[in-house]
Each structure stands twice: as structure tokens, then as C-alpha cells.
Design a protein around this ligand. Sequence first.
Ligand SMILES: [Zn+2]
Length: 169
Amino acid sequence: MVDLISHALWAFAFFHNLSNAWLYVLFTLLPDLLWGVPSFAFLISTGRLGELRKARWRRSQNKDGVKDFRSDLGGKLYHLSHSWIAMGFVGALLFIFIPSIALPFIGGVFLHLAFDLFLHKDSVFGQMPLYPLSSFRVEGFIHWSDRRLIILNYALLTLAYFIIIAGRL
Ligand SMILES: [Zn+2]
């Protein structure tokens, strides 16, 4: 996860010239929805929603080693939905069976995965792009919730949308 709004804004910035840009935006949200929605539903149905308040996104903040909902169900779903192998496989299936949405899927999902790969240093899950074949982890450069990255991210987004809007005037 980088924040979902940023994922959507970057996808639209990258693909805005395409007539089906909104499909790319929709698919770029998919990796986080695939683990987030079931995890959220699981917490609600088991009355454990309060755990969200204790949840930490960075390993170093999780000093007491709290085992929260993400260690079991959420963790597996997270690694599957953030696996370059698993999502590449789904993309290949789409090319065969529903080719009209294959490119938006590949473009949207892999833009998300590319951001996440580098922006999850010290994250609780970690990035395992070869899951489930290998649990090899990519450490990344910085965590998405780092204040410096948030400022840089929104500065770059502002610049990108300034260029897009200026180009249309
Ligand atoms: Zn993500």
C-alpha cells in the first residue's frame, strides 16, 4: 500500500490519454482491495475491529511483536495480490479469455506493484514479488507513511497534474 488515493491519482496521471483510463485506475486499486476488503470483513464479523487501532504498518513500530489479523489471512492475501508472479498469471489468463481488459489490468496492477516494491521498507508484510514460489523479499528504499515521502509524493502529483492540465489549455 501507498495510500489508495495516490495509487489512483498516479494511475490516472500515467494513463489519462487512453479512452479507458478509468479502467486502469480501477485496476490499480485491486491489489490493496483484494486483501483489505476480506481482512476488514473478517475483523467486523469476528468483532475484532478494535485491532485496527493497534495495528502498525512498520516492523520497527511493532516492538512487542503483536500478532494481529494481518499475520494470518491478511498476510497470505496480501502476498498473493502483491505477487508479480500471481498477478502476471492472472494477466496472462485475461489476455486469453477477456483480452479487452487485459491491458488495463496489467497497466493498473503493475503500476501499483512497482510503487509498492520500492516504498515498503520496514513494512510488516514486506514485498515478496515471487510469492508463492519463493519468499524472497525486496526491502525497498523508504516506507510510504514516511512524512518526507508523503510530501514528495504529493508535490510530484501536483506537478504531474499541473502539466496535464496545462497541456489541455
Ligand atoms: Zn499495495
